[in-house]
Design a protein around this ligand. Sequence first.
Ligand SMILES: [Zn+2]
Length: 326
Amino acid sequence: MKLFDLHCDTAGECLRQGITLRDGAQHINLCKGKCLDTWAQCFAVWIPDELRGADALAYFLRVAENFRRELDANAGIIRQCKTFPEMEAALTQGKCAAILTLEGASPLAVPGGLDQLDTLGVKLVTLTWNDENEFGFGCQSGSENGLKPAGKALLRALAARGIIVDVSHLNRAGFYDALESEAAVAASHSDCERVLLDTCRESEDRFFSCRRSLNDDQIRALIDRGGLIGLNFCRSFLGDPGDDGMEAVLRHAAHILDLGGERTLAIGSDFDGCDIHPALAGVDRMPDLRAFLAAHGFDAPLLERIFFENAMNFFKKVLQNEKTML
Ligand SMILES: [Zn+2]
């Protein structure tokens, strides 16, 4: 099968745990990926909220350097792609097309930081993590303010370079600021607030998960704008009422489809970044998920779009720089 996954934290885990990309015991490794015929994978460098400015940039560079060594050690099966032709070539050669992304934009607050990360091939930037940073306010910051002036300037700079703006983790006001920009906008790993409200008991966990998820207005706005929404497999964001993994993915996917998201829905696993139900916990579980959705009425063209084509088409438009206002 084909998979295009918009978000994982595997690069950071390789450094933190000292494990290899080839066969380390994580959700994503290259041995597990052998079950995929075609595989494009965004590898995020997650910036913890305690790190700001120069410390955040230094941390990014440490993770990226370690990840570079992992890629070099596995050059026969994975290649970092900085352009769309490089993605096409990697996939044609049967290699995993790796795309470097940044989760939490603090490194870009350092003068020259954006140049540096652009050169290293960062193609998507999640503006905040859960808290406030130099650019805006995350979904757990408690603020209802929109992006800071530096955040709005960053949107313009990212749009000019053809780097995708990722609104996962952002608070609602920041989300709408991003949508008003010229940039290409995606929610790389976010689920549906409505599904949580309809299916989960009220609790602190649900409250957090709802703030981290997209409400129906946000989902419709992303659909209208030609954005992307990557389904997140995190247990608490799926909100399994019976802890039912694949059923929960089905509920969230069906909801986005009901709102008209057939060309918007994608996968943003959050592998190696959170607690995931065993039925979904690994890139090697994706063929089973695809089969499960097929058994529940998703036809083959729709499955192709969700698991691969929607994200591939989006990256094609952005990376080829045809038009950044999607
Ligand atoms: Zn995240």
